[in-house]
Design a protein around this ligand. Structure first.
Ligand code: PLP
Length: 380
């Protein structure tokens, strides 16, 4: 399960008792959804867009998504291969369920979004973690990835920019993985929900390499780019043969994504885009603030991430486990963070902090963490 929601509930319970908590646990932009997007939803509601619609997603939205993916990935995208769901997360559930079965193996990043491992296990397939290493700027060793491929490998999961480390895969790494996938006939699951949250270099998708759009489940959504987490609107571009099985799972679970919300999605893609760079620039300032603040606290060291809105500081010198450190900071300092171990065994020794919060709150959190860390017994 995603521990962010568990810690949010714990933090709210403390707040109910009167304790002040700075929330750095949950990964969502603190900006408002741009007004024209909300207006489009109101308009659609007024026009009666309140009924069941196409389970795969309404065609005008699928066409806009296909256009956007075509423009940004540089390869043709068929709107019939686009699937719209309530949030990006259900695609993980549906695609992994549709593709994997007992006896298969799936490689996934560790630390990584907890749903991947959990879903692989649920299907009876074997989860094969690929460690992300701090010394590699939170990338993985591509030769180590190659060594994990067996005849049973059906899927490789990628997430770039990455939650929880903020790491970004390079073009060369992606080319290597694309070649591996083609040679071994493996489907890639590429979670690109943070594709616009990039602070250095250019955004690049594995689907841009020849032949890769046809063997990739490209996951994306509106939650992060347009500050629409609560709307629940996401999508994927999937290989043709996966469309029917995934649509069947949609029909059997949620039927469809609400029509008026899909109209908001059209407005998001076709309307002004100026809110996106404004938000990204503010995230960049916050990143710099939190990275330098954390690095000035004895016992903590933190790389400067290139994407997403998380930092993943190393806390091994504090003399406690990640879970203990997260508990200590919540209860002692009133700062809600997540244990790195909640993202996999290779996350032990780290914390995840979301900097999708105001600079004022980040400063407050840093002061509180500094004070709480100073109270710990000195390590020999
Ligand atoms: C890596 C990653 N993928 C997918 C999602 C899910 O996004 P959504 O809110 O669209 O379901 C998240 C949300 O935190 C995420 O961090």
């Amino acid at each position: 399960m995603e521990s962010a929601f568990k810690v949010l509930a714990q933090a709210q319970a403390l707040e109910a008792k009167g304790k002040s908590v700075v929330h750095l646990e949950i990964g969502e932009p603190d900006f408002d959804t741009p007004r024209h997007i909300s207006e489009a939803a109101f308009e659609a509601l007024k026009k009666g867009q309140t009924h069941y619609v196409n389970a795969q997603g309404i065609i005008p939205l699928r066409k806009e998504i296909a256009k956007e993916m075509e423009k940004t990935r540089g390869v043709p995208v068929d709107p019939d291969c686009v699937i719209v769901t309530p949030g990006a997360k259900p695609i993980m559930f549906y695609a992994i369920l549709a593709l994997l079965q007992r006896g298969d193996e799936a490689i996934y990043p560790d630390p990584g979004f907890p749903i991947y491992e959990s879903m692989i296990r649920f299907t009876g397939a074997r989860p094969v973690p690929i460690p992300l290493r701090e010394e590699l700027d939170f990338s993985f060793d591509i030769n180590e990835l190659a060594s994990k491929i067996t005849p049973k490998t059906r899927m490789i999961i990628l997430n770039s920019p990455h939650n929880p480390t903020g790491g970004v895969l390079t073009k060369d790494e992606l080319r290597f993985i694309a070649d591996l996938a083609k040679k071994n006939e493996i489907t890639v699951f590429s979670d690109e929900v943070y594709d616009n949250m990039l602070y250095e270099g250019e955004s690049f998708s594995i689907t841009s390499y020849p032949g890769m759009m046809d063997r990739t489940i490209l996951l994306n959504g509106f939650s992060k780019t347009y500050a629409m987490t609560g709307w629940r609107l996401g999508y994927a571009v999937v290989p043709k043969e996966l469309v029917d099985p995934i649509v069947k799972l949609i029909v059997n679970s949620v039927s469809c994504t609400p029509a008026f919300i899909q109209h908001a999605g059209i407005a998001a893609l076709t309307g002004p885009q100026d809110s996106v760079p404004v938000m990204v620039e503010e995230f960049r300032r916050r990143r710099d603030l939190i990275v330098s603040g954390l690095n000035s606290i004895p016992g903590i060291s933190c790389l400067s991430p290139r994407g997403a809105f998380y930092v993943f500081p190393n806390i091994k010198k504090l003399g406690m486990s990640s879970a203990e450190a997260a508990d200590y900071l919540l209860n002692e300092a009133g700062v809600a963070t997540l244990s790195g171990a909640a993202f996999g065994i290779y996350g032990e020794g780290y914390l995840r902090l979301s900097y999708a919060n105001s600079q004022e709150n980040l400063r407050k959190a840093l002061d509180r963490i500094r004070e709480a860390v100073a109270k710990l017994p000195a390590k020999k």
